[in-house]
Design a protein around this ligand. Structure first.
Ligand SMILES: C[S@@+](CC[C@H](N)C(=O)[O-])C[C@H]1O[C@@H](n2cnc3c(N)ncnc32)[C@H](O)[C@@H]1O
Length: 354
């Protein structure tokens, strides 16, 4: 039995350690790389060159160990999210029966989950975010510290992204949020686009149930959730003027991303806009190396293939125009702070020709 105070203390400790890793170890590591590079026969041109320079570096080895195991302890340790939620299973499962939630939700019991999705415990979530009826709660608690530098004082990055969508396409009437998870990305959209009908699509029934429960509690009227793949949503041709996603593309291998782009093209009405927030722009070999090694160590196997994809070409091949790939500032000043570790947040947008 885990008592609540020990759980909170352990999770706070892990978060503190992650912040130390982010703000102290990372800049030191970058400096070590700079020094090694300065005496190397030639500059590192790619992630492999950086790996060769850093593989036997003790600071790098410690950094790597912490990256893997802080996340493992967070989910599966003695005071991890999984055992903590396990012991409250019945209470949590009952919370998913909130009045009104069912009417916001269309589940598909026959949906076959793709092998790329079920073959990995994504970001070290035991059993993935889909297998356990309470997986949505575990994921929700875990996601609170995905970007530890944001803290409580910043506007959440999902709201910052929704602000961009609202500025670009404020008068949208129908919006589809692909890979909506437990609704964290969808909520700022259905709150912001009050006159639009919003549909959240995800493979995970437990996450969708939590998303619908929260929307019902918020008495939202303009949102529906649907269990389907982003590659084949089952929604009608031309049914929306905006397709969006947040942190979905890096969870899909390139062939599935191509299918998602084709599906988005099909869903959009002419002139409609697609906008994805994900991890893509890596302006130097050190950042690329760090991102690829994060991909390996955090069980995110499709992060590196996404970063290698020529997205502009892919979008153009799928028929999109007015393609834009821009860095995204997930918190005030984040783009000017090149000392702390951060994800390579990027907004990838394009239009279906009018
Ligand atoms: C990192 S989470 C992001 C969730 C949410 N957008 C957010 O920002 O909190 C990725 C989500 O994509 C979902 N997902 C992965 N592959 C998918 C696919 N092919 N179709 C639909 N959803 C998918 C996962 O179940 C998960 O909920």
């Amino acid at each position: 039995m885990i008592d609540g105070r020990s759980f909170v203390a352990a999770q706070d400790f892990l978060l503190g350690a992650k912040i130390y890793w982010t703000t102290q170890l990372y800049p030191e590591l970058r400096e070590e790389f700079r020094q090694r590079q300065s005496t190397a026969p030639q500059p590192a041109k790619n992630a492999e060159d950086v790996a060769e320079l850093m593989a036997d570096n003790v600071l790098y080895q410690n950094f790597a160990w912490l990256e893997r195991h802080l996340q493992r302890f967070k989910y599966s340790g003695r005071y991890g999210l999984q055992p903590w939620h396990d012991q409250q299973r019945d209470k949590l499962a009952a919370m998913l029966d909130a009045p009104g939630a069912d009417s916001l939700l269309a589940l598909d019991d026959d949906l076959e989950l793709p092998a790329y999705y079920t073959s990995v415990d994504i970001h070290q979530h035991p059993g993935g975010v889909y297998g356990d009826e309470i997986a949505g709660f575990v994921y929700e608690r875990g996601a609170r510290s995905t970007t530890p530098m944001l803290g409580g004082s910043h506007k959440d990055l999902h709201y910052r992204f929704a602000d961009i969508l609202l500025n670009e396409i404020g008068n949208a009437r129908r919006v589809v949020d692909l890979g909506c998870g437990f609704g964290k990305s969808t909520r700022p959209i259905y709150e912001g686009f009050r006159d639009a009908d919003v549909v959240g699509v995800d493979l995970s029934a437990p996450c969708l149930k939590l998303a619908a429960t929260e929307a019902a509690k918020a008495q939202a009227r303009n949102i529906r959730f649907r269990q389907a793949s982003a590659e084949a949503t089952g929604l009608d041709d031309g049914c929306c003027d905006v397709v969006t996603s947040t942190m979905l593309l890096h969870e899909m291998p390139p062939p599935a991303i191509r299918d998602l782009f084709s599906e988005s093209f099909r869903l959009l009405e002419p002139g409609g806009r697609m906008s994805h927030l994900d991890f893509y722009l890596l302006p130097d070999p050190f950042l690329r190396f760090m991102h690829y090694s994060h991909s390996r160590r955090n069980n995110e196997p499709y992060m590196a293939p996404l970063a290698e994809l020529d997205i502009e070409q892919e979008l153009s091949d799928a028929g999109f125009v007015n393609i834009s790939i821009q860095p995204f500032e997930e918190a005030v000043g984040a783009l000017n702070n090149n000392r702390a570790w951060r994800f390579p947040w990027t907004v990838i947008s394009a239009e279906k020709p009018a």
